[in-house]
Design a protein around this ligand. Structure first.
Ligand code: ASP
Length: 463
């Protein structure tokens, strides 16, 4: 069988074709039945007139309901009245043979109706049906295309993609981590990475110079607004660069990839405006200002960079905590103060955030590439030298083996796609997201474990 995709039928007027797909809608009009047939390329109208069908197909016809999987043979005809709303609206297929490949229960919500949406719990429980919606399928394709363009861009710039470990050790980037018990070593745990930060720096020590990864990250945070326990970053690290180099390259990447994947979008200002943290706070009262001129225009993208963040802020207990990332370096003018631990509140970090339409879409920094500087950060945070050695000995040691100056960034892929797709939340651009309260209604996660599984990993539950 040579199969023709719905979208390709427009080029086959007069020919006999075989379609495979789902019944998107069925309309009975007396002697004629219309089926909208859907496949991965789109939707095309099939016209069924009893006398054109063979006897088997004729028998099947009354059974056919929406979401049945069919194979239809028929002739492509021009429509008398074209439907301009449909890319295949100029043609229709006059069916000669219909085979039911599979039946379908009535879905718990309508697939063909994009406007009337079921509640999110139901949509996520039946995500495989929800993803049949044209809008959701479009979002997944947009995400795929964006990732592909980002990969192409970075590969052309001599970056290589390297996967880093997911079963790893805790790292101090501010979020609570998911922990995985070790079966082989009772009482010990792996941690899922909140970002590949340390690995990407170690890859710079290893001499790769230009790394990227479409990286899964995990953060066990209380669900604040539109967050996901697991999310994806475009994670980048480069050697022998200064702040401006990373920012310029990432800016060029955004401009180029957005032009390709969403040409309807207008980036308001290039180069992206650069605001200091202080100016942003004074002028807009936030460090992620929404600089759009017309917020009703769905195609406006207002990017900016926010720079010159204070490195440390005071904790409630009166100590110091980094504002972004302990691995960031201070700006060159503050290097000495970090090492001597003077003017701690005034030290400015070589840290930059990319903001779009009021969302932080990424952040990165130039890193401390000497062990003294990184050690000073941990000391300022009040960690004892035992704790520092125990938790960060590996990276401090690595920095002693010819580490090049380096820096990088991570961009939130989910957020970027959501902005380009004009979706209000990132769950709409993730194939299998968790609910706002961190559950997966489809798989039923999280779930309890059989006692044996708990015993294996040496876990005893509290009552
Ligand atoms: N690791 C940082 C984060 O996940 C990003 C970076 O500095 O590259 O926020």
């Amino acid at each position: 069988m040579e199969r023709t995709l719905a979208l390709k039928t427009v080029k086959k007027v007069g020919e006999t074709v075989t379609l495979c797909g789902w019944v998107h809608a069925r309309r009975n009009m007396g002697k004629i039945v219309f089926l909208d047939m859907r496949d991965r390329s789109g939707i095309v109208q099939v016209v069924i007139v009893s006398k054109e069908l063979d006897s088997v197909s004729h028998g099947a016809l009354p059974e056919i309901r929406t979401e049945f999987v069919l194979q239809i043979e028929g002739i492509v005809n021009m429509r008398k009245k074209a439907n301009d709303a449909l890319p295949t609206g100029s043609v229709e297929i006059l069916a000669t043979k219909i085979t039911i490949l599979n039946t379908s229960k009535t879905p718990p919500f309508e697939i063909e109706n994009e406007d009337r949406q079921a509640n999110e719990e139901l949509r996520l429980k039946y995500r495989y049906l929800d993803l049949r919606h044209t809008r959701m399928a479009r979002n997944m394709r947009l995400r795929h295309t964006l990732v592909k363009e980002v990969r192409d861009f970075l590969c052309a710039q001599d970056f290589i993609e390297i996967e880093t470990s997911l079963l790893t050790k805790g790292t101090p980037e501010g979020a609570r981590e998911y922990i995985i018990p070790s079966r082989i070593y009772p009482g010990t745990f792996y941690v899922l990475p909140q970002s590949p930060q340390q690995f990407k720096q170690l890859l710079m020590v290893a001499g790769f110079e230009r790394y990227f990864q479409i990286a899964k990250c995990f953060r066990d945070e209380d669900q604040r607004g539109d967050r996901q326990p697991e999310f994806t970053q475009i994670d980048v690290e480069m050697s022998f660069v200064e702040q401006e180099d990373v920012m310029n390259l990432m800016e060029a990447m955004m401009i180029k990839t957005i032009q390709k994947v969403s040409p309807e979008k207008k980036i308001l200002a290039t180069p992206f405006p650069r605001l200091t943290y202080q100016a942003a706070m004074e002028r807009y009262g936030t460090d992620r200002p929404d600089l759009r001129v017309n917020k009703d225009d769905p195609h406006e993208l207002a990017f900016c960079w926010v720079v010159d963040f204070p490195f440390f802020e005071k904790t409630e207990e009166g100590g110091w905590m980094f504002t972004h990332n302990p691995f960031s370096a201070p700006q060159p003018a503050y290097k000495e103060q970090l090492l001597t631990k003077e003017n701690i509140g005034g030290i400015i970090a070589a840290q930059y955030d990319m903001v779009c339409n009021g969302y932080e879409v990424g952040g990165g920094g130039i890193r401390n590439h000497t062990p003294e500087a990184l050690r000073a950060v941990f000391e300022i945070m009040g960690l004892s030298s035992d704790i520092i050695n125990e938790r960060f000995g590996h990276i401090l040691e690595a920095l002693e083996y010819g580490t090049p100056p380096h820096g990088g960034i991570a961009l939130g892929l989910d957020r970027l796609v959501a902005i380009l797709a004009n979706e209000p939340n990132i769950r709409e651009v993730i194939a299998f997201p968790k609910t706002g309260d961190a559950r997966d209604p489809l798989m039923g996660a999280p779930s309890s474990m059989p006692q044996k599984a708990l015993d294996d990993v040496h876990i005893k539950l509290k009552n």
